[in-house]
Design a protein around this ligand. Structure first.
Ligand SMILES: [Zn+2]
Length: 110
């Protein structure tokens, strides 16, 4: 049975020029090559994620919602779709994802 708690290593073959460039950047940043690559992938993934939600837009923003219910706002909220202020005590529609993330919507938006 595979051990899921264990980290595995992937070796990549790169050109001398690419290796030299990565090595130079690592030295400049005073970090190891593997740390530099890990950070580069982390940063890129975050940026790509942000860009993709901006470009593909709102349409995907609530795609993980699995259910809606009405609730009474216990404090001032902001509509997740249009940004309208929802005052404490007002009716709010709550959209919940399976991961228990919650979105709050004003009466116009759902
Ligand atoms: Zn709204």
């Amino acid at each position: 049975m595979p051990d899921d708690s264990k980290d595995y290593v992937i070796n990549l073959r790169v050109s001398r020029a690419t290796y030299d460039k990565i090595k130079r950047k690592a030295v400049e940043n005073k970090e190891s090559i593997s740390n530099l690559i890990r950070k580069a992938i982390d940063d890129s993934a975050e940026i790509i994620g942000d860009l993709s939600s901006e470009i593909l837009g709102k349409r995907d923003k609530f795609k993980d919602v699995v259910g809606y219910h009405k609730a009474k706002a216990a404090r001032d909220l902001e509509c997740a779709r249009c940004g309208t202020a929802i005052a404490a005590g007002g009716v709010v529609t709550v959209g919940e994802t399976e991961g228990a993330k919650k979105f709050f919507f004003c009466e116009n938006c759902k």
